[in-house]
Design a binder for this molecule. Sequence first.
Ligand SMILES: NC(=O)c1ccc[n+]([C@@H]2O[C@H](COP(=O)([O-])OP(=O)(O)OC[C@H]3O[C@@H](n4cnc5c(N)ncnc54)[C@H](OP(=O)(O)O)[C@@H]3O)[C@@H](O)[C@H]2O)c1
Length: 302
Amino acid sequence: MAAKQDQIMTERASFLVVGGDSLVGGGLLQALEHRGQTAYASTRRRETVDDHRVFLDFESDTPYIAPRDVGYAYIVAAATNYDRCEKDPLAHKINVELTPNLIVSLLEQGVFVTFISTNSVFGGERPWPHEDDPHTPGIAYARQKHDAERVVLEKARQLGAEQSLNIVRLTKILDRNTSPLPAWFSAWQRGEVIEPFSDLIFAPMSVQFVGEALATIGERRISGNLHLSGAENVSYVAFAKALAAKIGIGADLLAPSTATGKGIHIAFKPTYSGLGMQRTTALTGVRPQTLSEVVSDLLSPT
Ligand SMILES: NC(=O)c1ccc[n+]([C@@H]2O[C@H](COP(=O)([O-])OP(=O)(O)OC[C@H]3O[C@@H](n4cnc5c(N)ncnc54)[C@H](OP(=O)(O)O)[C@@H]3O)[C@@H](O)[C@H]2O)c1
């Protein structure tokens, strides 16, 4: 039995990243490549399809069949815009119906699946929620991810495929192009002041960290609920200070402000953003990413 399982894993050793053009998908593909893994990226851009870029659109009526050598799929793609999730019925359909349908189909094809979810399912009022804690989603995006998690888990149970599924919730992910970083960098280059918000809290991680951690989870085929998180809940002011200090920018180019004071509506404004990673660390060895590691990754040459 174990020998048969090993044979299946060798024959189907490739990975599929659904949503290869996304921020997280890009980081994950890079990590898998560095590790010498074979990985396919899915795209909705037909003109970019090649040997390792496969076409996949949740909205297509054609059932999706994974390449024969794929044994593990990461479902990274989603309708991610908060405002769109509030207003567009198609976003709800993509997140709560079409994504779970794809996951069920992949499980039926014998593929191990990671479904990427979010810290926002916990609502943001409880510090460091654990992997199996109850949810209290507020905004539409969070409710949709919560509903999708429930549907996927229920269907996996019905199929007897619970051991071939994990749900990985993430906190905020940054690369150099994530807003507001490009605006901050150009302001500092011009010697101008930036005005980060003190009333917006997050627990940031770098895209490099998330890519590596997801690759580890996939290689080890760990089932159940898992978390990847920054190690600290920080305001954008604290984050900007850490970034400025590392680059050597003086405190005079940093003027704290508030989103409230500027009349900017922010849909998800958690008191606590970070996720507890106790189970994840015990099973994978991956620890929450410290703020100083996030800053180093952001400033490292690409
Ligand atoms: N970014 C974060 O800080 C963060 C935090 C927590 C959780 N997450 C979760 O992590 C995942 C990735 O987030 P991200 O920020 O990297 O995403 P993103 O950059 O916004 O990209 C979303 C991806 O989904 C694809 N997509 C959307 N609708 C689709 C459809 N109908 N069929 C096929 N593909 C479709 C898009 O394809 P196109 O490229 O063709 O548009 C795009 O590649 C999401 O599940 C998100 O909820 C992200």
